[in-house]
Design a protein around this ligand. Structure first.
Ligand SMILES: O=C(O)CCC(=O)C(=O)O
Ligand SMILES: [Fe+2]
Length: 196
């Protein structure tokens, strides 16, 4: 990964890296504006938008007919930055935007192994939240606070051997500090390796 990147890994599972201030406040506001100008899907408890390829939550697959087209022009430069900085080896081509209102979360999961490549990157907008990791074999637990405008990269063990989740709650106490959540949006970047 590019040595100019600021990274931290405190309390993250092996293979996970946090990139604080990966985007600027101006970029954050622009992403939120573009997302809110697009149509949010209400198929889940939290609202989502899919770009590049649609992910089928029921089939747990990127189905053969799932290609939506290239990433929108306002999103493509961030995918390009992820490749240029070495966070991704190849250009990510699938993005899911997740919106979490206070009290909403995402249950423990490993991102689809046959569908997506070995790097998963989630960029946080607007609010912090806690992300919890659990090692599948041992049940070991690690929790970190994801800060707005940061990116978290999951590779290797963090990608395959640990689940990740965002507990559905209205505030988080991490390292003894309680912080109320606000509306949070994440942009999760992946490279599709198999469809159908
Ligand atoms: O909101 C996040 O940061 C995580 C999203 C996530 O885990 C996913 O879309 O698979
Ligand atoms: Fe995930």
């Amino acid at each position: 990964m590019g040595s100019s990147l600021n990274t931290t890994s405190t309390n993250l599972p092996p293979g996970a890296i946090c990139l604080p201030s990966f985007i600027s406040a101006e970029e954050e506001a622009a992403f939120v504006g573009h997302l809110d100008a697009c149509e949010w899907s209400t198929e889940l408890k939290r609202r989502v938008q899919h770009f590049g390829y649609r992910y089928d939550y029921r089939a747990r697959a990127v189905t053969a007919d799932a290609y939506l087209g290239p990433l929108p022009v306002w999103l493509a430069p961030l995918a390009e930055r992820l490749r240029e900085t070495g966070v991704f080896c190849s250009l990510p081509d699938q993005v899911i935007a997740n919106e979490y209102l206070p009290g909403q979360g995402i249950s423990a999961h490993v991102d689809c192994v046959p569908c997506f490549g070995d790097a998963i990157v989630s960029v946080s907008l607007l609010s912090s939240c806690e992300m919890v990791f659990r090692e599948r074999r041992s049940g070991a637990k690690r929790a970190v606070r994801l800060e707005p405008r940061s990116a978290v990269l999951l590779t290797e063990a963090a990608r395959y051997n640990w689940t990740h989740e965002i507990p559905a709650r209205k505030s988080d106490a991490v390292d003894g500090v309680r912080i109320e959540r606000a509306r949070r949006i994440s942009l999760t970047f992946r490279k599709v390796i198999r469809t159908g």
